[in-house]
Design a binder for this molecule. Structure first.
Ligand SMILES: [Zn+2]
Length: 110
């Protein structure tokens, strides 16, 4: 991938209305073998704009979107694990205090 394509993708991801640099492609269509028309959306202010970009720039945009999704999923996974640990800690604490009885699960077993 060319550095120019990376820079073009960064320019497209930078919002013209706010200071976000997290814009992402929402709609894209191939114009010909080399060019794509893409609609970019800012997740911060919801502004949208259309641009015509090269195939390589489109690949960079998709790669950046994939990497962004991976970061979000890792953060979400960490939040879920934290919440599960907190729930498990509360459950074990309640068990230790005899606050949980078999009747608490009777509805789930039927
Ligand atoms: Zn924006």
């Amino acid at each position: 991938m060319k550095i120019a394509d990376e820079r073009k993708a960064e320019e497209l991801q930078a919002c013209y209305s706010c200071e976000s640099n997290l814009g992402y492609p929402v709609v894209w269509e191939q114009i010909d073998d080399l060019m794509w028309r893409v609609e970019m959306r800012c997740p911060n202010c919801s502004s949208r704009r259309f641009k015509t970009v090269s195939r390589e720039t489109m690949r960079v945009l998709h790669k950046n979107a994939r990497l962004g999704r991976e970061v979000i999923m890792k953060v979400l996974d960490g939040m879920i694990k934290t919440n599960m640990k907190e729930s498990a800690d509360k459950f074990f604490s309640a068990l230790g205090k005899d606050l949980i009885l078999p009747v608490d699960f009777s509805g789930r077993l039927l």
